[in-house]
Ligand binder design. Sequence first.
Ligand SMILES: [Zn+2]
Length: 535
Amino acid sequence: MIKLIPKPAKFETRYGEFFIDKDTKIYANEKAMFAIEIFNELLAKHCNFKLEVVDNEKSAKLKFIHDINLDEEEYIIDCDTDVLVIKHATSAGAFYAVQSIRQLTKIDILNDATKLSMHAVYIKDLPVNKWRGFMLDESRWFFGPTVVKDLLDMMAMFKLNVFHWHLTDNVGWRIEIKKYPNLTEIGPYRRGTQNVAWGKPNEIDNTPHEGFYTQDEIKDIVKYAKDRNIMIVPEIDFPAHFVAAIASYPELSCTGKQIEVSPKHFEFAKIIACAGKESTYQFMYDVIDELSELFPAPYFHIGGDEAPKDEWKKCPLCQDVIKKENLSDEEELQGYVNNKLAVYLKRKNKKLIGWNEILKSKKLDNSIIAQYWTYQKDKRVIEHLEAGREAIISKHQAFYFDMPYLQNNLQTTYNYTHEKYGLKDYPGTLGLECALWTEWIFSGERMQFQLYPRLFAFSEVAWTPKESRNYTEFNERLKDFLPTLKAMGKIHCPLELVDSCKLKSIFAPLIFTKKDAHFEYKKAQEFRRKQMHDK
Ligand SMILES: [Zn+2]
């Protein structure tokens, strides 16, 4: 067994051990420099030494060799007892090789060690999915740069490469847009937070919540991610999930009525952007203009989900567009809106992504990418993919980590296959993405509880060939990794609670949505206290 998550595509273990100490020299090429910097940081932290990079290949025991025959994210580790050779075509390949060595040497659990060791091994590794994403919702809860950078580090350690950043929604606008100062004067602030469950809208914690990213902070985080082979895709939800924008600029809605950024998740949720005013489109174009300067990714997410059409039905301006453009109904009006934005984004070499509800409109631009999240089967996604268009798969049952483990357990995540959900490996499937919505996640620790270990299982689903995946064996590697996680100062859901019995899980969604969204976390804390006591 190789002690690595995600499991590499191909490997064979060899006889003997390879050692690294302060006298080990590195021979490297330009593309490996950032990976070496990261490795040296780890060495300095856990072993009090750094390795010297030398020009003479013969004197080096650790060699980074540039090999253009390899794929973009591919790497080879060819390690016997005397020498460790890493082959890579890009900086991403070198970085992933170092992340593998990091896990294999267990450097994170060392303290003042004088040398590192790993079993001799041959690994030839590359991912099955080009898109291995994680979505964080910071509208509902703002965590800030430190938590986000820490998450990016964890993503990188597990070879995930897309950070989908949900920056705006009804309960908070979290990014500076210079042309619209109210978005950061009014949009990020709310006077309290609905804090018990969706079914209890009147239970509010009256502590004000606020926070947003300046454009300079965004630039810094985008660079931090890029160095770690992570592309950031921003999401500006539109036309629904848009209350924080409307609270900042009421003229964006059909009625123009002043509303507040509400502490309640569903208050004002029916108030959406007016599709009949040119100024609404101008607003989105301006936002896209500023964000395009910050996020170089060739994608832009506009959400587009859960858009109630009550306001559009009553609004003369919206109805005028329907008539003028010969649209059959309000659903087609949303399609019209999406197409306008898609065309605008194309000029900036970006493709529009939206949640799969946007496929309700039949006349969508061919370039639009659907992100398939809904619990229910959506035939439109299959039609969309069969027509040769693109999608990202984020099925709720397997990849929504804000749900209790009793509902979306570790095994369901790990055993994900397209076939289980009526899908195939269509050419247009860009890859997989998991999500963390934060209605009930008010701290970094709670976030870790929801994510770990499900995020690790996800990394293997996204990276490793289906034929090589095995849940029992994954659990062995997971247990082996947990001391490292602990040494990194992170918590996780106790393994005793990650896979539930069927009977209990029947009631979980009901308790979670109606009564207490924190019941499982409380149970885990109790479980941990009991464990400590028993020791
Ligand atoms: Zn309107």
